[in-house]
Design a binder for this molecule. Structure first.
Ligand SMILES: C=C(O[C@H]1C=CC=C(C(=O)O)[C@@H]1O)C(=O)O
Length: 399
């Protein structure tokens, strides 16, 4: 006679439970694929600048399995430049839930955030427009075809900033966004530092053999007026400059993925909306040749794709040098990647945009815009202003 199987049922959570359970120091990630909350540190993934984070992650996952951790994942964020920091760990505890449904987070979202803020642009908007003019000279002389120039807002509150209600507000504003929070405290930081945001841009999602990437490039701000939005969508659908900017991204992304895939579907771009922006978007899908190859894990593919011309430029190395020259401060984690990868290679990574870093009473919010031939400095400045609205709206900061 067979003995009865004693199985301890897995607790069932919904997205709101995980959002409520989020504490500073946790890793939180939600998207249409589901919600994930990771706590504690089983192991830190060593992140020597310039080395392969995917290889270090694969070793850490193998060690975690050997140590008896069930279904380990690597989760965290990697900075923009190869010499920027990364914050990747194998968490001790991972809880999962279905995707947020847009209603479940209402109570957390109603927690008040600080009321009084001062906002300091970095650099001054006039200097940003001047940097765009200089970038256009690089394009005219043929050094580069495209560069993404970013700026920041330093927002200081009258009280310490609490990240959980901000995550709830970002989720409520756009349940389809990839909402994330990662502890990025570095040695010597006077207070804990959290990278958080609501990225619309999927760098790579992998399930078994299937990979999906969704580059965005070419934008218009969303208006409060429906007729004006229809006009802006039509304009974006037909604008040669935006399609050229978008095509540069798609070409590079497809070229990187093709060697890993037995087939790759690259449809025509369409216009997609976020609560603050309209973007040209191409949802590319591929079938991996060899999903068991460690070079085809979601983090390895994310590393191969990064930085796409949606955040850097064409050609990559020269564009990165132009960014270092024209942006006054290091990007750090902005325009890097954030997400998770499992021991089987599946996972999801997004481009770290529509994001901010919070520490104590300070929040640094980032936004960038793609510059190509035909870009207008004032329009690019306005585009970054519109992109800031995702985070400023959650913070309750008036423009
Ligand atoms: C670099 C950013 O956006 C990228 C993603 C979508 C559209 C973009 C654009 O039209 O320039 C950017 O490539 C940002 O939000 O900071």
């Amino acid at each position: 006679m067979s003995s009865p199987v004693l199985a301890r049922p897995r607790p069932q959570y919904d997205a709101a439970d995980l959002l409520t359970a989020y504490l500073p120091g946790s890793f939180y990630y939600s998207s249409r694929r589901g919600t994930l909350l990771a706590d504690g540190v089983h192991a830190v993934v060593p992140a020597e600048p310039g080395t392969s984070r995917a290889q270090a992650a694969a070793r850490a996952l193998a060690d975690a399995r050997a140590a008896g951790l069930a279904d380990p994942i690597v989760a965290g964020a990697v900075g923009f430049r190869p010499d920027d920091a990364a914050s990747l760990v194998v968490p001790a505890l991972v809880r999962r839930a279905p995707a947020p449904d847009g209603t479940a987070t209402a109570s957390a979202a109603s927690v008040p955030v600080p009321a009084a803020w001062t906002v300091t642009p970095q650099p001054d908007p006039v200097d940003y427009a001047e940097a765009v003019r200089k970038a256009l000279l690089h394009i005219e002389t043929g050094d580069i075809d495209k560069v993404v120039l970013a700026r920041a807002l330093d927002v200081t509150a009258d009280a310490p900033v609490s990240v959980p209600p901000l995550l709830a507000r970002l989720t409520r504003a756009d349940p389809a966004a990839h909402v994330f929070a990662v502890d990025v405290t570095a040695p010597g930081d006077p207070a804990a530092r959290t990278l958080f945001g609501a990225s619309p841009e999927l760098l790579i999602s992998r399930r078994g053999r299937t990979v999906t990437v969704n580059p965005l490039a070419g934008s218009r701000p969303r208006s409060a007026d429906d007729a004006e939005n229809r006009r802006r969508i039509d304009d974006l659908r037909t604008a040669a400059k935006d399609h050229a900017e978008h095509a540069l991204v798609i070409r590079q992304v497809a070229d990187v993925l093709r060697p890993f895939c037995s087939d790759l579907d690259v449809p025509a771009p369409e216009v997609v909306g976020t609560p603050t922006m309209w973007h040209l978007s191409t949802r590319i899908t591929g079938t991996l040749d060899d999903p068991d190859d460690p070079g085809s894990s979601s983090l390895a593919l994310a590393e191969a794709l990064h930085p796409t011309p949606a955040v850097c430029g064409v050609p990559t190395t020269t564009a990165r040098d132009v960014i270092a020259d024209l942006e006054p401060a290091s990007r750090g984690y902005y325009a890097g990647l954030v997400g998770w990868s499992g021991a089987d290679g599946d996972g999801e990574w997004v481009v770290t945009i529509r994001c901010a870093e919070a520490s104590g009473r300070s929040v640094r919010v980032h936004a960038g815009a793609g510059i190509v031939a035909g870009s207008d400095p004032e329009a690019e400045l306005a585009e970054t202003r519109a992109k800031f609205r995702t985070l400023l709206g959650a913070l309750g900061v008036a423009e």
